[in-house]
Write a protein that binds this ligand. Sequence first.
Ligand code: TEU
Length: 560
Amino acid sequence: MGDQAWWRSAVIYQVYIRSFADGDGDGLGDIAGLHAELDHLVSLGVDAIWINPWYPSPFADAGYDVSDFRAIEPRFGTLDDAERLIAAAHERGLRVLLDIVPNHTSDQHVWFQAALAAGPGSPERERYIFRDGRGPDGELPPNDWRSAFHGPAWTRITEADGTPGPWYLHLFAPEQPDVNWHHPDVHADFLETLRFWFDRGADGFRIDVAHSLVKEDGLPDIAERDWAKLPFRLEPAPGVHQTDHPHWDRDEVHDIYREWRRTADAYDPPRVFVAEAWVPDPSRAARYLRPDELHTAFNFDFLRSRWNAADLRGVVDDTMREHRSVGATPTWVLSNHDVARHVSRFARPQQTGVRGHHLNDLAADHDLAVGTRRARAAAMLMFALPGSCYVYQGEELGLPEVEDLPDASLQDPTWFRSNGTDRGRDGCRVPIPWTADPSTNFGFSHTVAPAAPAAPWLPQPSWFAAYAADVQRGVAGSMLELYRSCLARRRADPALGDGELAWMPSPAGSLVFVREPGFGCVVNVDAEPLPLPAGWTPVLGSGDLVDGLVPPDTTVWCHR
Ligand code: TEU
């Protein structure tokens, strides 16, 4: 399995297991389906996979409500299936990252059930964050914190004798109570979970909401903070720094990751971490990547950037500077299971001043052909930048967001908790198309004819047929073949992956940079058609040159 610092250059494919491949025809993706399609990932040319939570779950938040961290959801398979999958991936040279969810458990987790049963003042309740309500009868939440899925971050329980009890904290859905990271049991149990999966071959973990675990003592109101006098948003507007936030990015959270790093480093080869931390200040984000903490973090500033040369350049420069300051390697990501697919984001006008990752924030008028062209150019920019990259399943097929899922099919807690005003994240989670055959859920479900599979857990639109993997395979100019070509060249070219870049002068609206030895990248975002620098020979383009010039919305890789 080679180089121990593999993660510094890796292309990591995100497997949203519910929607990747369905091995048993029940309409929900599973381990058998993933196992059967591993060769697709090998031929795509990725280095590793990250699998979204596959643990037992009531699925109140699509598996991020975990009821047992050291087992497999029966609808996905068994622990044996999981171990065989990891081994099969390793045989093919693919590393495997799992997903750990340390901020909360499911309300069905034995700890939370014990906490409810044990009653007020019990040690069992200390593992979560229970507080009495405010108001004369405790009928108001203990503070003003909000759930990421709308509504208050608190739910009041009813005690066994029928009396109204205290409230418990949930920064996400009520079915996801936050655990108390001031409790030693919580530390010990998550370390045991890390070791459990490391012992079974996992190469590392993606850490869910890595910046939220520690809450400020006393749980003060957010409204007390000066910056909170500005309108509240989950993520602040650009330039607004939520310093000293009572539940995001507390300094004490770093002690947890030092503990985790020691655990990962005790393995041979050492296991690795990637933080999901929506920390808007790049210098604060870099603190998670100090040498004794986490290895990498998702670069959400890149994901959120408009298709605008000045913004992109700013993100690249900030990223490189802050990562260099702690000796860490950057990552680049365009899409994941929480944001609208980037073909659809880039199909919107980009000069409106909005940095959106939900389509709610973006103008309605759009042109998917434009979005697709930009998505191709953006992928080639991403794969040329120094560091490691993430590919969200389906982006290699050029899938747009499914924007018109029927209301009755929606499952994201965001939809329910916003009373149907925020459609949430289901539109990027629709099971992906493998073939043009609708009778097998476009090849997503692997049932043998004449057995018909159950309907997929989210309905697939008929236009998915045109995006199917086997419709694109071997077809020059398809998104799938573009991704394969990029990844093959990236693997073969010593200039790509980890390292540095140097900008070349170029007109406004474009980005031109070199990487040594001998690589050059030209990105025309929205400039006039651009000549290639003297002595550069094109080797791969997201689109064709026109009269020898690089047109707008196009990236070209060159030898120089
Ligand atoms: O997401 C954390 C997070 O803060 C956001 O991405 C959030 O989902 C979004 O802003 C809501 O609109 C992680 C997971 O990636 C997400 O799927 C889970 O729902 C969430 O944690 C809770 O575990």
